[in-house]
Structures are given as C-alpha cells and as structure tokens.
Design a protein around this ligand. Structure first.
Ligand SMILES: Nc1ncnc2c1ncn2[C@@H]1O[C@H](COP(=O)(O)OP(=O)(O)OP(=O)(O)O)[C@@H](O)[C@H]1O
Ligand SMILES: [Mg+2]
Length: 603
C-alpha cells in the first residue's frame, strides 16, 4: 500500500491559508487591498474583539456580478492577471487569486456585493463551503464580513494575541494604507467606537502631508522635509531629529504598503552615517516605478519586493541622504543634545552624588569648561571650541599604576598615560594600549549607577503646571493604553483626552518634557510593549537612566583631572558591562601588544 496520499482540497486550502492569513490584521490587509483594487473612494472597517470575533469591511468600489461573487472564493480565481506576462508587470495590489479562498477556508464569511443597486447578491461561505447565494439590495460596492476567524483551526487560534494587540495591528494596517492613499476616505470602528477617521485629501503628493497630519497630528506633519524632486520615482517626506520618536517608518512601493528590509536598512544606515545618530526620524517613503521594474511576487504576504535594477536602490540612497542633510540643517543637534545650559535638577544631584562629581561634570557648558573647578594641571582656558578638535596639550604625567578590578576579569592594573585632545583617555594595560572615550565611559558608569538607584526606589515625581500635549496615532494610543498603569507606577501621569490627544501632567523628576515625550512615543511605537508592570518599569528605567546618563556624562573636549580620570576608569572596570554605552557605542579600543609588535615589524 502506498503511504503517500493526496490531501483533500479543503485541507490543502487550509494549509495554503496559513501563508496568507496569520491573524485578523492579515484579513484586514487582504480585504483593504481588494477594495483599493476595486477603485473604492470610501472604506469602512468594523471590528469586534480586535477582529477575532468579527471583521467587516465595506467599500464603494466596482462591485461584482453574481458569477464573479461566487468565483471570487475559488483558489487561483482572479480578475487581475491572465498570463505570465501580466505577472511580470502587476499594477494591482492583488494578483494571486488566493486571499478570499484562504480567508473563507478558516472563517465564516458573508460577501454582499452589487455592480448597481438593482443587481446585488449575498453569498455565505463557511470553512470553504458555499452555504447560500441570494439576491440582496445594496448600494454599488462590496462588503465582506469575516466572523469567527480560525473557528476550525484551534491551533491557529491559540497563537492570537489579546484583542487589544490584534486591534492595534489591524489599525496599523489601515493607517498604513491611509498614508498610501490620501484620496481615499477611511473609517475604522471597534465595537461601534470610531478609532480612526481619515477624510479624503487631495490625491498623490499634495495630499500626503494632509494625511500624515490626520494620522499623527500637526506637530509631526508640519516639520517634514521633502525627499527627492516632485514627480520623481523616489519621493516622500522625512522628519527632523525632533521627530525621532516611536517607530514611524513607512515604505510604499507603487502605493503598496511594504516592510522592505533592503530599503529600511538603507535608511537606517543613512541616518547613522549622515546624522551619527541611532535615533531614526519619521519616514514616509513613496517609491513609484514602472510595474515591470518591481517583482512583487517574492514574499507570501507581499511585504517585501525586489527591484529588477539594483541601481534603483542607489538612487533611493542618494535621495534619502540629501533629504536627511536638509532635515538636519534645521535642527540644532540630532538625537543626543551636546550642550544643555540648564542647571542640574535636585533629583539628579541626589542620584549622582557618589564617586564622580557627576553634577559638576555633566552640566558644565562648553564655554564654562575652562573655568570649571577641576583643579587640573591640564586645564587651559578656551580648550574646547564646539565642533573643532581642541588644541593638543602635552603634559607628561608621572603616575603610578592604579589597580582596576574588573568584575569579569579579576584584578588587573593599568596606568593612566594621559588624555588625548580632551576626549580620549590613554591607558596602559596588561593587554596593550587602551583608548577610552571619556564621554561614553562616563555615560556607561552613570547609567549603571542610575539604573540601580531608580530600580531601588520609586522615582520622585515632578508635576507639571501645564500638561505636555502629545500627538499619537490611534494605533499608538492603543499601545499606550495598555501601558498606562505601569507608566503611572513609575511617575508618569498620562491621560487620554477628547479628540485623542494625550496629556502628560507628571513625569519622573530629572527628565525633561521632551525626553518624556520621546520615551512615551518610543513605548507607543516600539516592538511589543511589555504589558506586565515590572517589565515595563524596568524598560522605562533603562530608558530614563540612559538619557540622564547621556546628558550628564562629561563631554568631549573637556579637560579631566588625572584623579577624576582614574576614578572614572576604576568605576568603569567595575561596571557590569564596561565596554558598551547604553546606546551600544564602544567605550574603549584596545591596541594589543601583538598588534603593536606586528606594526613595528618586531614579529
Ligand atoms: N472588494 C471587492 N470589490 C470588487 N471585486 C472584488 C473585491 N474583492 C475581491 N474581488 C474580486 O475577487 C477576486 C478574488 O479576490 P482575491 O483577493 O481572492 O484575489 P486577488 O485579489 O485577485 O489576488 P490576491 O490573492 O493576490 O489578493 C479579485 O480578483 C476580484 O476580481
Ligand atoms: Mg486580493
């Protein structure tokens, strides 16, 4: 008896469905794409229990006649391509003829559609079986209702997240397509409550900013800088450094919402290189090129594409870098502020009291640097001029080795040789010559100290007389709603007001309003928010400690007395993680003896 058997059609479609339909948001995406392909000008989405119980999407597109309404649910049934040549130049979002068949095999589906009000039909399908077809009066267009997703696939159902999380993902899809099609009106409701209402804006480039304003608010939309020339293949908008909050990077290829790794990687690299920053600004990138130049058939959910001409990515890269340059031109300093003139807050002094004189070191301004009370032989007035390397100072040192007991490596000794251009500490160690970036080292040390302090106690709270108003998209607000109790437990008072605006009226002491806003939006946009209070608290504290440490750490081009430098090194080598700053930059470079010997031709 042969052991190989052909699977039944139903089982085969359920397996295939697994590729396309992973969760409610994938259903929303497929239905939305169908409506857009049908030329809809208005799209309404209704969800229940985050889409797990019910998803209903209605459009005013072309509609279908009776025979098509039935055929639409067959696998490989599509009106969009007919030949292999068509596949090579797809201009619609759909083309596989799989989505409706897949959805219908794992849910209870009702489709009602009409090409004109007199010619309407209702089809009911369950688990892939047609139950009924009957005439139904309705306006032109199509509505698809998907109930009890995965009712017949319990294994899949188990992998769904909470209704809040699934709802957020659905909204993210609607927002994404909303940004792609400013001219289309989108309305999304959850259990009767409108969460997203995007009135139609002008089509194409001119409406993009309007749509961004509708989704994310005016403060973001008004400061965006254009990418590429108008009407070009590479267009869109990029934010200034102040927009580097949350995760607001969107890429559209021929108006298709994608998460293309190659394009995003280009963007991240450009920001790192052009801005020297790990804080990525908002990005709305619209790539428009002839359909035959893009292969859209490379990813099961069409989330990635391939460009037939690799040089296209080069022009994307150039346009991004140019726009990033322009965007930076308007901002004082990207990401990390270099000089903060304000005085240290009381809380900060309380936290930073040990070991290094953190308040003195961190809060000193560049101009004051020369006059600072470091009591150092190295001190020279006017040593630091912002933007330029400080003038070189030679000052031979005669110092004894200091014992540096590393947590990881046991006791070792090292000798401070000097300071290079007010920036790097030169250290002779057993392994070789070490160059320690004093700012990053100080940041690391402060970070660990702050994190310990903050974890140990409830941080002091500062109440604001005027709340800070934060603009967030509906999907971002949902994410925050899940985290509000945990935020509260660490000193944030964040509330949603009418119109979807968020008011922040208290924040942990020692944090500036801008940092608090950045942190709140980072939580709103980044990965999965830990829902349990302790995990969120730990994450917020890490964030808080990192930002306080960065602001307070001794700056570059700052003369550092040898005693201070030694204290810094000693504490650094006792740190849990001595060799990376909280932002991931390296703290020290080692030129080891072998390397030096090779370079001097002694080996
Ligand atoms: N909202 C709609 N309005 C009009 N026609 C629709 C609508 N939704 C689906 N159709 C028709 O049903 C067909 C099948 O839809 P389905 O989503 O299964 O496949 P597709 O869009 O052609 O390809 P893909 O699987 O890539 O999405 C479509 O080709 C289209 O003709
Ligand atoms: Mg489709």
């Amino acid at each position: 008896v042969p052991t190989i058997q052909i699977l039944s059609d139903r089982l085969a479609s359920q397996i295939a469905a697994g590729e396309v339909v992973e969760r409610p948001a994938s259903v929303v995406k497929e239905l939305l794409e169908n409506s857009l392909d049908a030329g809809a000008g208005e799209i309404e989405l209704d969800l229940e229990a985050g889409g797990r119980r019910r998803i209903r999407l209605a459009d005013d597109g072309s509609g279908m006649e009776r025979a098509d309404a039935l055929l639409a649910f067959d696998r490989h049934a599509t009106s969009k391509i007919r030949t292999f040549e068509d596949l090579e130049q797809v201009s619609t979002l759909g083309f596989r003829g799989e989505a409706l068949a897949s959805i219908a095999s794992v849910a209870r589906v009702e489709l009602s559609t009409a090409i004109s009000p007199e010619d309407g039909w209702r089809v009911r399908i369950e688990g892939g079986r047609v139950l009924s077809v009957e005439p139904a009066a309705r306006p032109r267009g199509t509505a698809v209702e998907v109930a009890s997703l995965f009712f017949n696939v319990p294994a899949r159902r188990k992998f769904l997240k909470t209704p809040e999380t699934e709802l957020r993902r659905c909204l993210e899809i609607v927002q994404g397509y909303g940004l792609s099609r400013p001219e289309v009106r989108f309305l999304a409701r959850h259990e009767g409550r409108a969460l997203l209402d995007l009135p139609g804006a002008p089509p194409g480039e001119s409406g993009r900013r309007d749509r961004i304003r509708q989704v994310f608010g005016a403060s973001l939309a008004d400061e965006l800088v254009a990418i590429g020339p108008a009407g070009g293949q590479v267009g869109g908008l990029v934010g200034k450094a102040s927009s580097a909050k949350g995760r607001r990077q969107f890429v559209f290829v021929n108006r298709r919402l994608v998460r293309d790794r190659a394009v995003l990687a280009l963007f991240y690299r450009s920001v790192r290189e052009e801005w020297r920053s790990e804080d990525f600004p908002a990005l709305f990138l619209y790539l428009e090129l002839p359909p035959e130049d893009v292969d859209v058939n490379v990813h099961p959910q069409k989330a990635e594409v391939r460009f037939r001409n690799p040089r296209f990515l080069v022009s994307v890269d150039e346009a991004l870098r140019q726009a990033l340059g322009k965007a930076r031109g308007f901002a004082a300093a990207p990401g990390r502020a270099i000089v903060e003139a304000s005085a240290p807050s009381a809380a900060w002094e309380g936290l930073g009291g040990r070991g290094l004189d953190a308040s003195g070191a961190g809060w000193i301004s560049e101009a004051e640097a020369g006059a600072a009370a470091w009591g150092s032989a190295w001190e020279r007035p006017g040593v630091s001029s912002p933007g330029k390397l400080a003038e070189t100072i030679y000052s031979p040192l005669d110092r004894r080795p200091v014992p540096l007991s590393g947590r990881s490596g046991g006791a070792r000794t090292a000798r401070l040789l000097g300071q290079y251009k007010g920036t790097l500490l030169l250290v002779e160690s057993q392994e070789g010559l070490m160059l320690v970036d004093q700012h990053v080292a100080h940041e690391r040390v402060l970070y660990e100290r702050l994190r310990r302090d903050l974890l140990g106690a409830k941080p002091e709270v500062q109440n604001l007389l005027q709340p800070i108003w934060i603009e967030a998209s509906p999907a971002e607000r949902l994410r925050l709603a899940a985290a509000i109790d945990a935020l509260d437990s660490i000193g944030f008072d964040l509330r949603e007001h009418s119109g979807g605006r968020l008011a922040l009226s208290a924040l942990p002491a020692g944090m500036t309003g801008e940092e608090a806003e950045r942190l709140v939006l980072a939580l709103a946009g980044g990965g999965e928010v830990p829902v349990e209070a302790p995990a969120l608290r730990a994450r917020v504290i890490e964030n808080l400690a990192a930002s306080l440490a960065c602001r307070a750490a001794v700056k570059m081009h700052h003369p550092l007395a040898p005693e201070k430098a030694e204290a810094l090194l000693t504490e650094l080598f006792e740190a849990e993680q001595p060799f990376a700053c909280p932002h991931g930059r390296p703290v020290a470079l080692l030129l080891d003896d072998r390397d030096l010997e090779t370079r001097f031709g002694r080996r």
